[in-house]
Design a protein around this ligand. Structure first.
Ligand code: TRP
Ligand code: SF4
Length: 327
């Protein structure tokens, strides 16, 4: 099949992925690998920009992340899966782009300002951290990507990438396409306590949870707090369990809303129905993960092959870049 163009996206290796990562980003990637020539990178250098003081988990997190990606359905026959630090050309492009990037473009980046405040406990007054979005631009441009699937928070980085591409093309010669931003479709997935799902609240669910873990988490979910007895009418709109029914059990959602409002279903039963649906949905991911965990050498092979395929293209682009910059 004729591919629609080149896509690159990446994730920082920060540990096992959450359900939100599956429903937001990964499901989207799995679809895109059919239509585009896709490069998906575990960006371990990006992880170092904030975790340089304690890097010991980064390597095992890379392994975990690739396992999660494969479990969710990324197929190394269809897309290129690689580790950023294994393709050194990204670093060279980052360096060369740094020559033409005005400091003010990096300093005004909203994510830079936010993160400095949010991660106060870390010393992020570093050169590497300021350059985070430029390294991301290098990741994207080195494959001459046409589009980048990301969450909304990343949109300013893709905008910056376009600005850098324009500046390079204007100063030297037309080398880089300007990549489009493909926003991930967001499904509103609350944490089990009804607040935003976030690791720092401890209210998350791993996308590769076992059936038992899913049952436990669903049991802990907050329902309509006004409801004491089964016959009390409930309000699904304030209930976390209901929010999850909408996503995992769309066919029965309407029916559940009705019986809940009339007080004709108990929360225990309602949770049981949800747990069954979620287990059914996530079981293939869980099983694939169990299988992959036993084969660390297979993961290494995938990354080695990914490196070779990624480098083929990156090396080519770098030749053009050096030529354009008279090196
Ligand atoms: N900054 C991205 C994030 O935190 C990760 C990332 C690095 C990335 N390089 C990229 C995303 C290139 C898309 C394209 O999510
Ligand atoms: Fe929530 Fe279901 Fe209980 Fe209604 S019956 S409050 S939707 S858990």
């Amino acid at each position: 099949m004729e591919k629609k163009g080149v896509i690159l996206s990446g994730m920082r290796p920060t540990g096992r992925l959450q359900l939100g990562n599956l429903m937001g980003a990964l499901d989207n990637w799995v679809k895109l690998q059919e239509e585009y020539q896709c490069f998906f990178s575990v960006v371990d250098w990006h992880a170092l920009t904030t975790d340089y003081e304690d890097p010991e988990r980064i390597r095992s997190n890379v392994q975990e992340m690739v396992i999660d990606w494969l479990s969710a359905g990324l197929d190394p026959e269809k897309c290129v899966i690689f580790k950023q630090s294994q393709v050194k050309e990204h670093a060279e492009l980052h360096l060369l782009l740094s020559m033409l990037t005005p400091l003010s473009w990096l300093e005004r980046c909203p994510t830079y300002k936010d993160q400095l405040i949010q991660l106060k406990e870390k010393n992020l007054a570093t050169y590497g951290f300021l350059g985070y979005p430029l390294l991301q631009a290098a990741d994207i441009l080195i494959y001459k990507s046409n589009a980048v699937p990301v969450g909304e928070d990343q949109a300013p980085h893709i905008e910056l990438t376009r600005e850098i591409a324009r500046r390079f093309n204007f100063l030297y010669r037309e080398v880089f396409p300007e990549p489009k931003t493909l926003l991930n479709e967001v499904k509103l997935l609350p944490g089990i306590d009804g607040r935003k799902m976030s690791k720092s609240y401890g209210n998350t669910i791993f996308m590769s949870s076992s059936p038992e873990e899913i049952k436990e988490k669903v049991k802990l979910m907050i329902t309509d707090p006004q409801r004491i007895r089964k016959s009390d009418p409930g309000d699904p709109d304030v209930c976390t369990v209901y929010a999850f029914h909408k996503i995992f059990n769309p066919e029965e959602t309407k029916g559940i809303e009705e019986v809940c409002r009339k007080g004709e279903i108990g929360c225990v039963q309602c949770k049981k129905a949800l747990a069954e649906k979620k287990i059914e949905h996530l079981r293939p991911i869980y099983e694939k993960r169990q299988e992959l965990l036993k084969r660390p050498e297979y993961i290494r092979e995938i990354l080695d092959e990914g490196r070779a395929k990624a480098r083929e293209k990156a090396v080519q682009t770098m030749e053009e870049v050096r030529e354009a910059m008279m090196l």
